[in-house]
Design a binder for this molecule. Structure first.
Ligand code: SAH
Length: 346
């Protein structure tokens, strides 16, 4: 029998569910707090419920669980990388990074990805399936329990394209923000997308002031299409228009992610065009030095060239940072660990 996944329900949905099984509404809040604040995983342990109610719930529902399959610890910066086993034995990866402002979790939204970006390891075997809201939240709770520390910032930058798993991602955001549960401020959450334009407009209407981060990687459609197949569907112009709308609607500054690839997008003309298209937009550029993967011959530019690119953007009055590499000694980026493991297993 199909069991309802309790940890994937928003507070509102949980109220509806509890009501539908003939219980009083206030039970929903108790259940939500048990799952998302106390991070309980066994219905059996809900001590505020009678034995009878626990039995009844167990027959028709469950709290979906992840298991830590492996953990890798960086000796350089204390970054922890996790491989989690899902109930169906798929593997996903998540990362916990220590910053001055607190612990940041980078989580996955899908098993694999169908977007096909040339430089990204997560997409090499395509999309296997999307994650449920509960599976996204569990990544956070499992890391918190394991590290005995609260996660204050969340970035949806692990494997998968969050806007290709739109409904579940929105539900996850709702759940993780709920004050009766984990209570994460929307302002501490960043969603990164390869640029699914209609979904960016939709997100702007949701009234959730998270930071939107756009993987642009080239200002020229022709070049962008070569590294990001999604460029065949949506042009750079369409993306920038959608970003301006998001700016206007949410008053939030957009982050533009720009992975620097030698000879592909680090030239003078890329820089000039980038400055031109971003003029007047409330944004910030995050330069990511490419993490080369074995499936591609693309390389990262030299440090000198990366810094030159940065300086030119500063000169053009565009706020810019270079992404600090975290956990460089543990393959911490971009689906590389999971892939190494799944390759070994086959
Ligand atoms: N699907 C989302 C989230 C993916 S990963 C998106 O496309 O934004 C987050 C960022 O890492 C994206 O900007 C992605 O393009 C970048 N990235 C992926 N693989 C990379 C690699 N090997 N080196 C540097 N950046 C990479």
């Amino acid at each position: 029998m199909h069991k309802t996944e309790l940890n994937s329900l928003t507070m509102e949905e949980l109220e509806g569910y509890i009501y539908s099984i003939g219980e009083q509404k206030y039970r929903a809040e108790q259940l939500f707090t048990f799952i998302h604040k106390n991070q309980g995983t066994d219905i059996e342990n809900i001590s505020v419920f009678s034995m009878g109610l626990r039995d009844k719930l167990e027959k028709v529902s469950k709290i979906n669980q992840l298991r830590i399959f492996k953990r890798f610890d960086s000796k350089i910066d204390n970054t922890k990388k996790y491989l989690f086993l899902l109930e169906d034995n798929n593997i996903i990866e998540s990362v916990a990074m220590e910053y001055k402002h607190g612990l940041t979790a980078c989580i996955s939204t899908q098993v694999g990805c169908k977007m096909g970006c040339s430089f990204c390891a997560s997409t090499k075997e395509g999309l296997i399936r999307s994650l449920t809201p509960g599976e996204m939240a569990s990544q956070i709770y499992m890391m918190e329990k394991d590290l005995n520390n609260k996660i204050s910032n969340i970035v949806l930058m692990g494997s998968g394209e969050p806007l290709d798993n739109y409904e579940n991602t929105i539900k996850f955001l709702n759940i993780i923000h709920e004050p009766k549960g984990h209570n994460t401020s929307y302002r501490n959450i960043t969603l990164s997308t390869c640029g699914l334009v209609p979904k960016i407009y939709k997100l702007a209407e949701e009234d959730i002031p998270i930071t939107l981060s756009i993987s642009l990687h080239s200002p020229f459609d022709e070049d962008r299409r070569k590294i990001m197949p999604i460029g065949n569907k949506y042009s750079v112009y369409d993306i920038i228009e959608a970003c301006k709308y998001y700016n206007h609607k949410t008053k939030r500054r957009i982050t533009i992610e720009y992975t620097l690839i030698e000879g592909v997008n680090d030239r003078e003309k890329d820089l000039n065009e980038l400055v031109k298209i971003l003029k007047g937009m409330n944004c910030h550029i995050n330069l990511i030095p490419l993490n080369p993967i074995s499936e591609s011959s693309q390389e990262r530019p030299s440090k000198i060239n990366i810094e030159r690119f940065e300086r030119s953007l500063v000169k053009a009055n565009i706020p810019v940072t270079i992404r600090r590499e975290m956990g460089g000694d543990i393959n911490a980026s971009c689906g590389q660990l999971r892939r190494r493991y799944t390759n070994e297993r086959h």
